[in-house]
Design a protein around this ligand. Structure first.
Ligand SMILES: [Zn+2]
Length: 197
């Protein structure tokens, strides 16, 4: 089974941790958005609770019946602004077709690029369609920072991820145009590779 997505989050979130099981604050779970992948298939949202670290995470994949889905894990532990961000980040992996491509090596440049692209698409969508203002953007960044610290990410990973999101928030493109640009670039790269071969 192919695991995509905020795989960094999950891998670490479900690993061993010395963290005590203190009672974390719980939030209401946001309604999932509607999401359609690059092939026009509707994406299902499913819930799961578990893991020792009480952090929200998401995963984009297809199940045994090839149904595209997003797994929403532990959403109750994060504020709704961040829950929606994860939903749209995972949806972006479906919209860009990441889910149907072989998973690049974890933490390699291609993987990190895919993550930055999904972050960017999610932030633009939330800005344009959900009226995310600076306050909501800050709520997303703070929740992300808190979880990434808890999981044990180095500061450089956290700050570069957040600065990418801030830059995306300022971009003039909308998420749909951005997805098109990404598709075109991928097609060009594939053409170049074909030419070389
Ligand atoms: Zn991701």
């Amino acid at each position: 089974m192919k695991f995509l997505a905020i795989s960094l989050f999950i891998a670490l979130a479900f690993n061993n941790s010395a963290c005590a099981q203190e009672k974390a604050k719980q939030y209401e779970i946001a309604k999932p958005p509607s999401c359609v992948n690059n092939l026009g298939e509707p994406v299902e949202f499913r819930e799961r609770v578990g893991g020792r670290l009480q952090v929200a995470a998401g995963m984009a994949n297809r199940d045994g019946k090839k149904q595209p889905f997003v797994l929403r894990m532990n959403y109750a532990f994060s504020p709704p602004e961040f829950q929606s961000f994860i939903d749209h980040h995972e949806c972006a992996h479906h919209q860009t077709g990441d889910v149907d491509r072989p998973h690049p090596p974890r933490n390699g440049p291609e993987h990190l690029m895919n993550e930055s692209i999904s972050d960017c698409i999610a932030i633009m969508f939330l800005r344009d369609e959900q009226a995310y203002d600076e306050t909501k953007l800050n709520a997303v960044e703070n929740a992300m920072r808190k979880d990434m610290v808890k999981i044990g990410f180095p500061e450089i990973s956290i700050s570069s991820r957040i600065s990418n999101m801030k830059n995306c928030y300022k971009k003039e493109d909308g998420s749909a145009e951005f997805i098109k640009i990404i598709e075109q670039r991928r097609a060009e790269i594939i053409k170049k590779l074909a030419f070389v071969e």
